[in-house]
Design a protein around this ligand. Structure first.
Ligand code: GDP
Length: 364
């Protein structure tokens, strides 16, 4: 699962990426590794994992991860192949969610590509490039489906109608995610086409130090503009956090964070939000060898969760022993939870809950 960082040049994308990739900024349990210069795997900070570690005292701890891609170079005209436009758009297509960074700080020394700070215009510029690219996709698909529709193929006719709705929406400046479809149409025709503007999005307002908690007038404009998009708006002082990350001493970093009104780096919150945006949740396995956070889709069944560990676990799934995270912590150990009769045995239809501590029984 990958989240891509997009935004106009000079809004703070690479500073954010570096901020996330700065090993110092993360506690010992949360290292970061860079796969390629612009791709990194970030561990998802989760206080529950630290609590389980404390209770179980395992040999090792493995947090959940999210892949972050810095998609630099998206500019006006990208959809027409301006700059390296098409390459960047291809990179975006491969991601599962979009973190859209908007410049919400004034600073005369940092040039804005369009002359002045205006996050709403910037958002529209990026949205338009992405929408134009999707329009191209829709047109290509329409060309293909038209003939079959004419010969009376019912499915082709349905697809044609959906594509025409998408085309009209995009031409009016509406992203695919904001259009309404029946569940069947969405699953059969919209989702498989992987439109860029259908990917879930989160807006990251990059503000100056003083606005890290309260936000500012730009942030208010962004919130007002996206209020019908059902998208999260996160306020982050990216430049300041990058500076704080440069400090070697953990205590010192905490002190500076507190100075700007935060008790943890905003980037930690961003990673957790990205994880949710990707529709992911965590279940735990807790043994003396390893305490580990595993990632499953929200709504996954117990066998699917077992399959994340090994496909054989899913195939041979018999049942799962499940302890709610809260129970685990309040009783303090698996043995005590069992004694209290709070361990549940669940079958193949069980829907995993975020934080479940699980143990699978399976046939090999
Ligand atoms: P990108 O082109 O979107 O990747 O932008 P960069 O991350 O390279 O940032 C462009 C410039 O803005 C750099 O000089 C950063 O140091 C600076 N910058 C980034 N975030 C902030 C911020 O929150 N406040 C201020 N004042 N400067 C920032």
């Amino acid at each position: 699962m990958k989240a891509g960082i997009v935004g106009l040049p000079n809004v703070g994308k690479s500073t954010l990426f570096n901020c996330l990739s700065n090993a110092k900024a993360q506690s010992a349990n949360f290292p970061f590794c860079t796969i390629e210069p612009n791709i990194g795997v970030v561990n998802v900070p989760d206080p529950r994992l630290e609590k389980l570690e404390e209770l179980v005292n395992p040999e090792r701890v493995q947090p959940a991860t999210v892949e972050i891609v810095d998609i630099a170079g998206l500019v006006k005209g990208a959809s027409k192949g301006e700059g390296l436009g098409n390459q960047f758009l291809a990179n975006i297509r491969e991601t599962d969610a979009i973190l859209h960074v908007l410049r919400c700080f004034d600073n005369d020394n940092i040039v804005h590509v369009d002359g002045n700070v205006d996050p709403i215009r910037d958002k529209e510029t990026i949205d338009m490039e992405l929408q134009l690219k999707d329009l191209e996709t829709a047109d290509k698909k329409l060309d293909k489906v038209k003939r079959a529709a004419k010969t009376g193929n019912k499915d082709a006719q349905k697809e044609e109608a959906v594509l025409l709705t998408i085309k009209a929406g995009l031409e009016a400046g509406t992203s695919v995610r904001a259009l309404e479809f029946s569940e069947d149409d969405y699953t059969d025709f919209v989702k498989p086409s992987q439109f860029i503007t259908d990917k879930p999005v989160m807006y990251v307002c990059n503000v100056d130090e003083g606005a890290a908690v309260s936000g500012n007038a730009y942030v208010e404009q962004v919130k007002e503009t996206v209020k019908d998009e059902n998208a999260e708006v996160l306020v982050l002082a990216i430049g300041t956090e990058a500076d704080i990350n440069e400090l070697d001493d953990y205590e010192e970093r905490q002190m500076f964070l507190q100075d700007i009104g935060l008790d943890e780096p905003g980037s930690a919150k961003l990673i957790r939000s990205a994880y949710k945006l990707l529709n992911q949740q965590t279940y735990f396995t807790a043994g003396v060898k390893e305490v580990r956070a595993w990632t499953v889709d929200i709504g996954a069944s117990a066998p699917q969760a077992a399959g994340v560990i090994h496909t054989d676990f899913e195939k041979g799934f018999i049942r799962a022993e499940v302890i709610g995270y809260e129970d685990y912590v309040s009783f303090g150990s698996e043995a005590k939870v069992k004694e209290a009769g709070k361990m549940r045995v669940e079958g193949k239809n069980y829907v995993v809950k975020d934080g479940d501590v699980m143990h699978f029984l399976f046939n090999v």
